[in-house]
Write a protein that binds this ligand. Structure first.
Ligand code: ZN
Length: 167
């Protein structure tokens, strides 16, 4: 079994306090509420010439840039079939059946996901991070894991692996 190395970045550093609501069971919708989310990131790969997988500080900073965009925002999904958004320069109008909310545009972050569940937030953060690692740092980990904790003892994670080309 070949060696494997991983680096983690801590949850406490990567907190984002955000509002959301999710749709569930097809046509039900939660009330507006918020969480103090915490993210956790792990990347796995070979050691580089410095003998590390990836610089911790850089990994934290890159992840924090992404979680900071979500912090103190209302997170809204753009791909939800029952939560409908109407975006204008100054506001976002949100409709679910006969319920309606209007938020200042700057207070919202519109996410290209189906629902703002911890699972899809983990994937969103992971895919954003993978893209910046690849484009800016020319680094593609063998394995990436992102966990998003919504409240104590309640979290979801996303894992991604580089496709290994068949020999
Ligand atoms: Zn919630």
């Amino acid at each position: 079994m070949p060696e494997r190395f991983k680096v983690h970045v801590s949850k406490d550093y990567l907190v984002f306090c955000s509002g959301h609501f999710i749709s569930y069971e097809g046509d039900k919708c939660e009330r507006l509420h918020g969480h103090n989310y915490r993210a956790f990131v792990e990347v796995e790969g070979p050691l580089d010439e410095n003998f590390y997988v990836f610089d911790f500080i850089a990994l934290k900073t890159l992840t924090k840039t992404i979680t900071d965009e979500l912090d103190h925002r209302m997170m809204l999904p753009t791909r939800n079939r029952v939560i409908l958004l109407e975006e204008s320069a100054r506001s976002v109008r949100v409709r679910y059946k006969d319920r309606e909310w209007v938020f200042p545009r700057d207070d919202c972050v519109l996410l290209p996901i189906e629902n703002t569940t911890a699972e899809l937030l983990a994937r969103y953060i992971g895919e954003r991070l993978r893209e910046v690692l690849r484009s800016t740092h020319r680094f593609l980990p063998d394995v990436m894991r992102v966990e998003v904790e919504e409240s104590f003892g309640q979290s979801a994670s996303w894992e991604w692996r580089t496709e290994i080309a068949p020999a």
